[in-house]
Design a protein around this ligand. Structure first.
Ligand code: QV4
Ligand code: CA
Length: 467
């Protein structure tokens, strides 16, 4: 199955969630389901259908973040404080809009005193107890599996292309297989007959816990959280790490097999200190290093890549922790602000839109242009200057040292003049940024100041000037 990078988007959970007022409408309320109605602050079912249809019609696929391990927090009480006004009662374990009731939850199976996960070294707790108090569904029940499959099949009928499965570590792989096997093929209005949904599972496996990523390979791809944590450490030059050590990036670094991995520099959790990865994670707040990290990821053949797109929030560090890590998307009295587009094509209203940054957008094109080409022509200075190519289609050079890079390298590319797609674009057969001249033997000279706005250069065959 061919998946074009950034020919697709992952959207926030589209199903009805709890409404939290203290703090005021945190982003994470969307990870507390109340029902499977498509009805959130992002819009209702008609609006969701309209988005999916318009995207599919122009070849942009939509993936859905499926929160199916749990419902809302156990201590949320009773009422209709939900995005569609559906009633719930957490004490009675009652979610009549699904409906789920007490015997659809795992309470009886969890053996911890609190009923919550207390020890990640006990795989039974991790799967059968409550993740931070979230009411844990009894996924061994065919009824529960059927309700989840019904929700996901509704989305497939609407035209979604696949799912991120939230909190997969907290579900038994066999239970997941049972509801995934109930999924329909994709909608033939847009997909070939027999096409299966693309599945990737959120499992945080940094090593050191009994639950391993490989238990989930049978169900689809798995998030590789070591990727962003390590790449951040290398680019920040922490722990003596250097870019030259990236020569065997991928499986050589103890990551899962490339064809299993879903990779990213940061995600909605670890860009604000939730989840896993720690302080090394690069985000838009460290824009210069972040662009290099995303550039490296998109140029490198390892894994199925995902680019983050964020909003800005007022960070406030108290004793090293951002006490504003809960703040939700830009809004007017609770109503999410539209993503406006500025004349220079960046976004307004505090939407960061990393995917629109020239350096990132152009590296997505790079990835598509070099798709299927082997990792080639690695060069390094045994420090933080490195370069590599992808067959005879693309080449990239990084300078993360504190001195200038100036060297002639084998690019593997055909002779010609190429536009660097980091400092500019190719427009009307001309470069708006740096030009690179590749000679008949594939050699080219590169010069990158350590103080350049973006200390890396990338060229590919679609950014070649026709003479
Ligand atoms: C609090 C206490 C609990 C207590 C509970 C009592 O902390 O100890 O038991 O009250 O009711 C929010 C609050 C959290 C609160 C909880 C329940 O932050 O303090 O518990 O709600 O009310 C997101 C946020 C969480 C948030 C959750 C639900 O990150 O902070 O919890 O949404 O709103 C592990 C998992 C991994 C997970 C990662 C964050 O293995 O699966 O933690 N990542 C995914 C999502 C993530 C989401 C969830 C899972 C849950 O990417 O965004 O959590 O769906 O590593
Ligand atoms: Ca569970």
């Amino acid at each position: 199955m061919a998946h074009l990078v950034l020919g697709s988007f992952l959207v926030s959970p589209p199903n009805e969630n709890i409404v939290i007022h203290n703090p005021s409408r945190p982003w994470w309320e969307r990870y507390q389901p109340i029902s499977y109605k498509l009805c959130t602050r992002s819009g209702n079912e008609d609006e969701f259908r309209d988005m999916v249809k318009r995207c599919n019609n122009v070849g942009v696929r939509i993936y859905v973040d499926a929160v199916v391990n749990h419902m809302c927090g156990n201590a949320m009480g009773a009422g209709t404080s939900s995005t569609c006004g559906s009633y719930f009662n957490t004490g009675a374990r009652d979610f009549p809009s699904v409906p789920y009731s007490a015997w659809d939850f795992n309470d009886g199976k969890c053996s911890t005193g609190s009923g919550d996960i207390e020890n990640y070294n006990d795989m039974y707790q991790v799967r059968n107890c409550r993740l931070v108090g979230l009411l844990d569904l009894a996924l061994e029940k065919d009824y529960v599996r059927s309700k989840i499959a019904e929700y996901m099949n509704h989305l497939i009928d609407i035209g979604v292309a696949g799912f991120r499965i939230d909190a997969s570590k907290h579900m038994w792989p066999g239970d997941m297989k049972a509801f995934l096997d109930k999924l329909k093929n994709l909608n033939t209005n847009w997909f070939p007959g027999g096409a299966r949904p693309f599945i990737y599972q959120e499992v945080i496996d940094l090593g050191g816990e009994p639950i391993k990523s490989n238990e989930y390979y049978g169900n689809g791809r798995v998030t590789e959280f070591k990727y962003g944590a390590k790449l951040g450490t290398v680019l920040r030059k922490w722990n003596g790490e250097k870019l030259s050590y990236l020569k065997n990036w991928g499986e050589g670094w103890g990551f899962m097999p490339s064809n299993r991995a879903l990779v990213f520099v940061d995600n909605h959790d670890n860009q604000r200190g939730h989840g896993a990865g720690g302080a090394s994670i690069l985000t838009f707040w460290d824009a210069r290093l972040y662009k290099m990290g995303v550039g490296f990821m998109l140029a490198h053949p390892y894994g199925f890549t995902r680019v983050m797109s964020s909003y800005r929030w007022p960070r406030n560090f108290v004793n090293g922790k951002d006490v504003n890590d809960w703040i939700g998307p830009p809004n007017d009295n609770g109503k999410i602000k539209p993503v406006t587009i500025n004349p220079d094509s960046t976004c307004g209203n505090d939407w960061v839109c990393e995917h629109r940054w020239r350096q990132i957008r152009n590296m997505v094109t790079f990835r598509n242009v070099v798709d299927g080409q082997p990792f080639a022509n690695w060069w390094d200075n045994e420090n933080n200057q490195v370069a590599f190519g992808r067959g005879n289609r693309g080449f990239i050079v990084f300078n993360n040292d504190d001195w200038e890079l100036s060297t002639t390298l084998q690019t593997g590319l055909p002779a010609g003049t190429y536009c660097d797609v980091i400092s500019g674009d190719k427009i009307d057969n001309q470069c708006t940024g740096i030009k690179i001249y590749v000679s008949g033997d594939g050699l080219a000279h590169f010069k990158i100041s350590n103080t350049a706005e973006d200390p890396f250069i990338a060229i590919h065959v679609d950014a070649k000037i026709n003479s």
